[in-house]
Design a protein around this ligand. Sequence first.
Ligand SMILES: [Zn+2]
Ligand SMILES: [Zn+2]
Length: 333
Amino acid sequence: MVRFTVLASGSKGNATVVSGGRTRILVDCGLSCRELFRRMRLMGEEPETLDAILITHEHSDHVGGVAVTARKLGIPVYFTEGTHRAWMRWLQPRRQMTYAQWLEMIRKQAAERQAEPQAAVGEIDSPEDPGEVAVENSVPSAVPVPTDPAPEPSSGRPPTLKDDPTWLPAIEYFSAGQPFSIGDICVNPFTIPHDAADPVGFVFSSEGVRLGFATDLGYIPPNVREQLRDLDLLLLESNHDLEMLRDGPYPWSVKQRVLSRVGHLSNDAASQFLAADYDGQAAYVILGHLSENNNLPELARVAAERALLGRASLLANRLLLAAQHEPLSAISF
Ligand SMILES: [Zn+2]
Ligand SMILES: [Zn+2]
């Protein structure tokens, strides 16, 4: 059986479980490990049965819980090399310092700790999704402050999160345009336009069922249009209503980022694709990554319904909305 379960979708965290044959993959891990496991169990999915985690891009709403979750389950994480590097840079900005700068930082931190014993953790900037500005970047929100000049991995055992926040049980690289398999699921990654190092969407296939996955993209270029065909299920971003975004509270620069060709897909852009380019084949169309500030579920739904007019039936194009705060019922084939 093939099953598709969206656990969370939006700029406060993304996570979806794709099951096919005996294989289960978690696509993006933007919830804390605890919340992820809670939602999985709520949906009848056992976290311990996950075989791998697959990452679309390094924004915090897609990777926030990946290190803790992969460690806890002892499973590999699949990234593109560019995404993995960007994720490591985010977690370890100190590695880019010279040794002299690093010594100086340690000296200052030691002095600060002496002055104020409570303040032991430093904040870092993380690459946030431009879809929302008030992102609650809870995990990981901070880089551990090294207490020793050279934290040495203890023999045989993996380093702790504090010693090395980028340590993972296993890392597998993939490249856009080169399909590969994880167990019984074939994964076809494709490049999407978004302001991240090497962002991708996916088409998953297993047991003859094809699932398309495309969120966090500024527009739909021809290569993405090509991929999103002959699907049984399509998860497509419908991030914002253009008027709500234009009239909304965001600073002009953030509005520009969201609207840009490496930002997010508007309701209009999603509908335009559904009306003009989509082949109408999918049994389910799920709208995802809806903005909580610049969209309303009803606006996204009405725009897509209009675009799919005449195509919706019991057998095709059932329209569903993925949400931020609660999982969407599992869809099985
Ligand atoms: Zn996102
Ligand atoms: Zn993003």
